[in-house]
Design a protein around this ligand. Structure first.
Ligand code: PMP
Ligand code: GLN
Length: 386
């Protein structure tokens, strides 16, 4: 199921686009990873941990120093009380948290409802679990959920409603009415809410995040997933975590132990140090990224794209139709040669129907240095004259 039609493993769209950027010497606005290091305290804590001998298998649930830091973080930012010993699990990035959760909860034939476009691993892992993937489209121009479409998608066959808030690739932040409806539907149809919140600290325009598990009646049926990768610009460390009621954590741990068993011993105390950084760190990280959003968005508009206004995440969606490019897959393939820039077609995050509807849309990552975003913008202005 994960093999291409020729029987070979197809690389993910992100790996493919990063390879293209490298091969062509282009600016990589495709794969979402920062081009600058995160906070010194976090990097130093990892170096110290390695030198101090924190180099063997950590405990299966994660090191207490990180479990406790996750619990403190959820309390400080969201007022959530968690028992670090039973309600938190450390994972190999959010990717493993998602995989272990879906493999633990989804039986063959169970339905999993996600927003669409959706992050690529969702579709793949639902497939690995032999689940059935149902989607609720995010409709432009603001990529919002139509409540009737959400109501139609969730039924008694639904085992999991898998959210991503803030959302990759659209940058949408779910509104209160949508979140409340998700909780209501999860109750009505006895579904579990799995909420991927890896961009929880990267919100703009004065918005702040709050996990869906904080809504009345949500906590007992929610798994909340996050990761240190985005918040601390350490995407290569792959330290993620989830929190959920103890019984759900146990079920997920039963799978997780046979995926990676454990991971990243010296990075666990380092991410714990990050989670304990003062509020100012988190506010400044969001403000810096908001400025980058504005710089790249302005550059894309100057180049002739029309752009969405993402309220969170690393990504802006640009419509190339006005430039005369109706096929973003084709454009993204040629963009290195046309402009020395790499982006990802939104269709890579969609099933066929929505892919056709969104065929002229490209996702660009703005988690890059300002000078890089400016250079990319200048290069993209050349598209008009072609
Ligand atoms: N979920 C979303 C929405 C993402 O964008 C990403 C990738 N960055 C992940 C999960 C995976 O996170 P991690 O690198 O921590 O596995
Ligand atoms: N989350 C990143 C993105 O959306 C990439 C992660 C990956 O390459 N798997 O670009």
């Amino acid at each position: 199921m994960l093999l291409g039609s020729d029987g070979h493993l197809a690389p993910t769209i992100f790996a493919e686009m990063s390879a293209l950027a490298q091969r062509s010497g282009s600016i990589n606005l495709g794969q979402g990873f920062p081009d600058e290091d995160g906070p010194r305290e976090v990097l130093d804590a990892a170096v110290k941990a390695i030198r101090d001998g924190v180099n063997q298998y950590p405990p299966g649930r994660g090191m207490p120093i990180l479990l406790e830091a996750v619990a403190r973080h959820q309390k400080r930012f969201y007022g959530i009380d968690l028992d670090p010993a039973t309600e938190v699990l450390v994972t190999a990035g959010a990717t493993e948290a998602l995989a272990a959760t879906l493999l633990a909860l989804v039986e063959p034939g169970d339905e999993v409802v996600t927003l669409e476009p959706f992050y690529d691993s969702y579709g793949a892992v639902i497939g690995l679990a032999d689940g059935v993937h149902r989607t609720v489209p995010l409709r432009g121009p603001d990529f919002t959920v139509d409540p009737d479409e959400l109501r139609r998608a969730v039924t008694d066959r639904t085992r999991v409603i898998l959210l991503n808030d803030p959302h990759n690739p659209t940058g949408t932040v779910l509104d209160a009415a949508t979140r409340e409806l998700v909780v209501e539907l999860a109750h009505r149809h006895d579904a579990i809410i799995v909420s991927d919140e890896v961009y929880e600290h990267l919100l703009f325009d004065g918005l702040t995040h709050s996990p869906i598990s904080t809504l009345p009646g949500a906590r007992e049926r929610s798994v909340t997933i996050s990761s240190g990768g985005k918040t601390f610009s350490t995407t290569g460390w792959k330290i993620g975590w989830l929190s959920a009621p103890a019984a759900l954590v146990d079920q997920i741990l039963a799978v997780k132990q046979f995926l990676t068993y454990v991971n990243g011993a010296p990075f666990q105390p380092a991410i714990a140090a990050g989670l304990d950084l003062p509020d100012g760190y988190f506010a400044e990280a969001a403000a810096a990224l908001e400025h980058k959003r504005d710089v790249l968005s302005a550059g894309l508009v100057a180049a002739g794209f029309s752009v969405s206004r993402p309220h969170g995440s690393y990504f802006v969606v640009a419509d190339a139709a006005g430039l005369g490019y109706s096929d973003a897959v084709d454009l993204c393939r040629r963009l290195p040669e046309l402009a020395g820039v790499v982006g990802v077609p939104i269709s890579a995050f969609c099933h066929a129907d929505l892919a056709a509807e969104y065929s002229s849309l490209v996702r660009f990552a703005f988690c890059k240095r300002i000078d890089v975003l400016e250079r990319a913008s200048t290069q993209l202005t050349g598209l008009r004259s072609r």
